[in-house]
Ligand binder design. Structure first.
Ligand SMILES: Nc1nc2c(c(=O)[nH]1)N[C@H]1C(S)=C(S)[C@@H](COP(=O)(O)O)O[C@H]1N2
Ligand SMILES: [Mo]
Length: 235
């Protein structure tokens, strides 16, 4: 995990204001499991959105205190596990696959929502089909170049047409803070499923719950159906 991040060079240190906001992250491990929602809102959910050029209303999250620096030419997506043809895809190879565009709200489980975000990428299903999913596979695990955050989906969730491996967001190539060059985008679920700096897609029989799930969030993250929240579904 960490080796993939390291092999791409240094991480980009976050700026002073972000760092100060991130200082709260150290306490998160302690608070996790008891008051996860409150901890997220207080520790990393406040005041970061305004730091982005362009003024979009996303709040930039990272669980490591830095952003992995990945040159587009160095980017690789590994597809492994219970597949007939394990693959390592470059950004050019992803870009050469049929692309889809989605325009949908982005909803974080802490409550913020960015309306009508433009996304572009490759359907995860197309990548799974290219690799040839073996009969025993029932779930997909995802790793990040940050070496810490992880995610998972059931195979049927991963096969939805609104689950994409995205390389464009907000009308441009995905920026480093937003998880570029490539992040997962799981449209119908809360933002924590949309793993940034996506490095690996692994087909498995039973998925290990991801980072946020190990710290208290539901594995099934359908918008409007988590921790008693009543957000309108993403349409
Ligand atoms: N690698 C990584 N991916 C991540 C996160 C993270 O901390 N690290 N945070 C998740 C959460 S909780 C949300 S709401 C979105 C936020 O996306 P943004 O940082 O582009 O605003 O990213 C998700 N993917
Ligand atoms: Mo989130």
């Amino acid at each position: 995990m960490a080796s993939e991040g390291e092999s791409t060079g240094q991480a980009v240190p976050v700026g002073r204001r972000v760092f100060l906001a991130m200082a709260g992250l150290g306490a998160m491990g302690v608070i996790f499991g008891t008051k996860l929602q409150g901890a997220l809102g207080a520790a990393i959910g406040t005041g970061l959105g305004g730091l982005l050029p362009g003024g979009n209303r996303f709040r930039i999250y990272t669980v490591t205190g830095s952003f992995p620096a990945i040159l587009p030419a160095d980017y690789r997506l590994s597809v492994s596990g219970l597949v007939n043809r394990p693959m390592t895809l470059t950004l050019d190879q992803l870009a050469a696959m049929p692309s889809v565009k989605l325009v949908k709200d982005f909803q974080c489980v802490t409550g913020w929502r960015v309306p009508q975000v433009h996304w572009e990428g490759v359907r995860l299903k197309d990548i799974l089909d290219a690799a040839g999913v073996k009969g025993g596979a029932a779930a997909v695990e995802f790793d990040s170049y940050d070496g810490v955050d992880t995610e998972s989906l059931t195979l049927s969730q991963a096969s939805r047409p609104d689950v994409i491996v995205a390389y464009r967001m907000l009308g441009e190539s995905i920026s480093t803070p937003h998880g570029g060059p490539v992040r997962l985008y799981v449209a119908p679920m809360y933002g924590y499923k949309s793993l940034k700096w996506l490095s690996s897609v692994r087909l498995v029989e039973n998925a290990t719950p991801g980072f946020w799930e190990q710290n208290g969030y539901p594995v099934d993250a359908w918008v409007g159906n988590v921790n008693g929240r009543q957000d309108a579904p993403i349409s």
